[in-house]
Write a new protein. Sequence first.
Length: 739
Amino acid sequence: MTDQNSVNVVENPGEGGVQVVENGESNSQEAPGKELQRPFSIQGHMEHALQHRERVGVQDFILLEDYRSEAAFIDNLRKRFRENIIYTYIGNVLISVNPYKNLPIYTEEKIQQYYKKAFFEAPPHVFAIADNAYRSLVYEHREQCILISGESGSGKTEASKKILEYIAARTNHLQNVETVKDKLLQSNPLLEAFGNAKTHRNDNSSRFGKYMDIQFNYEGGPEGGHILNYLLEKSRVVSHMDGERNFHIFYQLLAGGDAALMSRLRLQNRPDAYKYTTDITSPVSQKNHDAEQFRIVQEAMKVIEIGEAEQGEIFAIVATVLHLGNIKFVKNNEGYAEILNHDPNTENVAELLKVDATKLREVLTSRTIEASHDVVNTPLDVEQSQYARDALAKAIYGKHFNWLVARLNASLEPKDKIAMSSVIGILDIYGFEIFPKNSFEQFCINFCNEKLQQLFIQLTLKSEQEEYLREGITWEPVEYFNNIIICDLIEAKHKGIIAILDDECLRPGDATDSSLLERLTQHLDQHPHYKSHRKADTRTQKIMGRDEFCLKHYAGEVTYNVNTFLEKNNDLLFRDIQTLMASSGNSIVANCFKEYNLLSKKRPETAITQFKNSLNDLIKILSSKEPSYIRCIKPNDAKMPMQFDEKLISHQVKYLGLMENLRVRRAGFAYRRTYEAFLERYKCLSAETWPNFHGPPRDGVQKLVEAMKYEREEYRMGNSKIFIRFPKTLFETEDAYQV
Ligand code: ATP
Ligand code: MG
């Protein structure tokens, strides 16, 4: 893959400095400089190093000569991708390009390579990020979080699993952590079965955001875990695009459930028998895969200690949703909806949920409204009934998913809280989304990304400033775009988009999506990041529809269609349905709806407010930790190996803010390295420091920079590290070393 004699440069996020190592891809076990026997001349030839860089690019984008050029950036990614090198750093940010094939880079051997190894001694890798986080936590007692972002199919979930696997392997020697590790690892297949689905962009797409804390005891052994979940895409339960699928669990159950289970759940083994799972007929291989996954899910449930009875209730819920989807309504003589008597689907739902079948028919076809002390029962028409049925299916599935996460958390809770010391959090959450048509979901997701970008800015600049201060180096302010203005536009009290949206949702009477749009425009038309259709610039922008508004996000402009915003934000379920569900003999369903019901006099929080609050809680959690970042890139839309779609990648480089990230990183001193490490590596470059320098390492480094004739502007001497401004300086030093 790479040349044995080549040069690579790796950053040490733990120390905030860059280290130059011998051929990082394959030769990183060697101690730097070990094989050199004598001091060398400083006028190095650069040819060899250049050739290598030409072929596999640089390991850290900071080393790009033309760091402002997106073309150079993408070129570097391409070179590495071609060589099957999927990881590259920008300082302490790991960039990962999905290879869409299994590379031998996650082997036991690789794990060993990063295990207890100083970060800079090995090439960029997700294991390096995991190891660094683990060491900082255990040895330096700094709580960690790893934030993974990128668009659908870019490899976020795979990265998060690798981190978990690495930590599990890293703690292998510790006693009594086996069960916890198993549970942590098994939480993945379980959550994926219920929360992932095949989409056009990803065969195993996470349709929810996830933050997972791994809790460690004082010995550094995993002691427990806690998961927070965000915004499950509930609409998928009732409809999905052609060629996509519903959540995996439906197909897994139908393919893998044995005859006894199927009969208990009154199911046939065919997804095409159910409206919510009809899709293009799945190939046999898919069915086998689903069946196999079902066994894995059952196994995972055992590890999580979900017993037979609970499993029974869970699968009854999955089956209920399938039967619900098949309930049909007909128009009766009065023009209202009716379900045929003895409709097997209704009977099945009633049976599985242990509710009264007549009552179930009633709540799906009528609605009681309390109006000034009167209770009026109003019949629904066919369309309203279908809406109520789908709303129920979504509510049951969505609440059950939350229940499942809570159930997992109960199982992952540390047995011995006193022994618990600290956590590493892993965030695997949807990246910025710009589709041809963007709706409420994209609005939520992009708001989330604005908040995370804001956190990134705060934490990165903060840690930079702190390091300069610690090292006694004058801080030089860096120009950057602060997206707080967009966060405020969305979430400011009273005047932000969320406040206006909630106001419209709560306004009695005639609020509609278009009245919402009108109010948004009325309040925000002057805002520099808001564009109403009135203001659309027909020269540069496609003309916006009358039901659209546009936000200038940090990652680019997104036009949102306001249709269904109110409905999705209200997320209402008729009260009769809630009451009936709270009386269910299925204890999970009853529990899920009971809480809802108790609050029924009060209006539940809107979807966006719930999301905003949970997001702000998340930001609070993350702010208290030391972050590492993984930015994932998807190389093509065809899910194919070796295809590098430049246009697609260029979009992602923009959305992920990578050029800005690099620019900010390069604005100050791009590299820093402890005096000891710098001296150890380069002592051969001066007769005064070779073979050993007797005195403080700082003085030795001073001798070295004098010998190498560094200009004053090129470097600073901090309290414990040398700071180097230009990559060229370091390259020349490294090339001299190579002579
Ligand atoms: P979504 O937002 O849709 O959940 P994601 O970013 O989580 O997407 P993943 O599910 O992690 O994407 O990755 C999509 C697919 O790409 C995986 O199922 C796997 O086939 C492939 N893939 C991702 N990362 C790697 C990797 N490091 N090595 C090999 N294949 C990978
Ligand atoms: Mg995912």
